[in-house]
Design a protein around this ligand. Structure first.
Ligand code: 5GP
Length: 335
């Protein structure tokens, strides 16, 4: 057993009240890793809560235990109380306190609880006593599985917690297609299926839930709003707040849209700009010798992985895309 794994197990053993946190704008990996750990720790009879900055998107409402998540956006008082009373806080799938958003950040940092980070993003900040940071891992769910295995507790992993882990691995790997997927990833998936996980139901629950409005919104983005800079193999689309409204936008409606742009033949970098609450949220994806984290970090207050990053802009949607077109050229590999 690795020293770090052992230390985490000891902390869990000693703790009366455990809180599992993850980043803002929850996705399959943040919800999957949080709830998998929640179910396993519950089996050990622990007092455990999941506290997230904001509510889950509706396409993830089926995840077992999702209804127990306390989110700061709708239950701030309870969420902060849980963070304050905790003696152990897991920080899953994020590498720095700002990733939980402004309203939750202080409550997290000021909590006296010991903190454990399990994450696969670059550059982990120094705010946790114990840090498992493996940037080569395909997902935080993979790391949570490896920890459970390392501390010899796989017997506690069942169909329910397994489904949560499957979800995170599936979504963070674009359904097992990214270079971060390893032979070990597939071995883990095999083990989850042996434990009863119905993989086909998870694919259906995540990918076959389109509403007509969602399909129309995505169709609009991919036709009317698509810009292809073919000479540099870059494509992007942008959606304004009024365009979202026109198609009755619901949280999660643009999920994965940027990957469809990356799926255009010959495109090596895809970007989606979405205007929300007066700001522009940006998703970057790339492949091959194109990397996006430096671009996100240098010009759009963000970061992430080499092939999948995010950022934000306080300028207008138009100005933000103009700025992108100007700056992107510096991040194209020289031939
Ligand atoms: P998405 O495009 O799915 O929102 O984000 C892709 C990845 O980029 C996430 O997994 C996360 O690693 C990273 N990311 C997204 N937004 C931000 C941000 O505002 N700051 C940083 N540092 N990383 C981000």
């Amino acid at each position: 057993m690795h020293q770090l794994s052992k230390k985490i197990l000891e902390l869990v053993d000693q703790s009366q009240s455990i809180v599992i946190t993850s980043h803002k704008s929850p996705d399959g990996d943040s919800i999957g890793s949080s709830l998998a750990l929640f179910h396993v720790l519950k089996k050990w009879g622990k007092q455990v809560d999941v506290v997230h900055p904001d509510p889950s998107p509706s396409f993830l409402h089926w995840v077992p235990g999702q209804e127990t998540i306390i989110d700061v956006e709708t239950k701030q008082e309870l969420a902060f109380q849980k963070l304050q009373d905790a003696d152990l806080i897991f920080c899953l799938d994020y590498n720095e306190p700002s990733r939980v958003g402004d309203s939750m950040k202080n409550a997290l940092v000021e909590s006296k609880a010991k903190k454990v980070m399990i994450d696969h993003h670059l550059h982990p900040a120094d705010f946790c006593e114990i840090v498992i940071s493996e940037t080569s891992a395909c997902s935080t769910c993979e790391l949570v599985y490896k920890w459970i295995k390392d501390v010899n507790l796989l017997d506690d992993l069942d169909e329910v917690s397994g489904a949560c882990l499957y979800l995170g691995i599936m979504t963070d790997t674009g359904s097992f297609r990214f270079p971060s997927v390893s032979a070990e990833t597939h071995e883990i998936i095999g083990d989850l299926i042996r434990r009863g996980v119905k993989h086909y139901l998870i694919h259906e629950a995540v990918y076959d839930t389109n509403t007509v409005d969602r399909i129309k919104l995505r169709g609009f983005a991919l036709s009317e709003k698509l810009v292809c800079l073919n000479d540099i193999s870059v494509a992007f689309a942008s959606l304004s707040e009024s365009e979202l409204k026109k198609y009755n936008y619901q949280k999660g409606d643009t999920e994965g849209l940027v990957n469809q742009i990356l799926g255009i033949q010959g495109i090596k970098m895809a970007v989606l700009f979405v205007e929300k609450d007066g700001k522009v949220k940006i998703s970057f994806r790339s492949k091959g010798d194109y990397f996006v984290n430096e671009l996100a970090n240098t010009h759009f207050e963000g970061g992430g992985h080499a092939y999948a990053s995010g950022g934000i802009s306080s300028e207008s949607l138009e100005k933000t895309t103009e700025k992108f077109v100007t700056f992107v050229k510096d991040f194209i590999p020289k031939v």
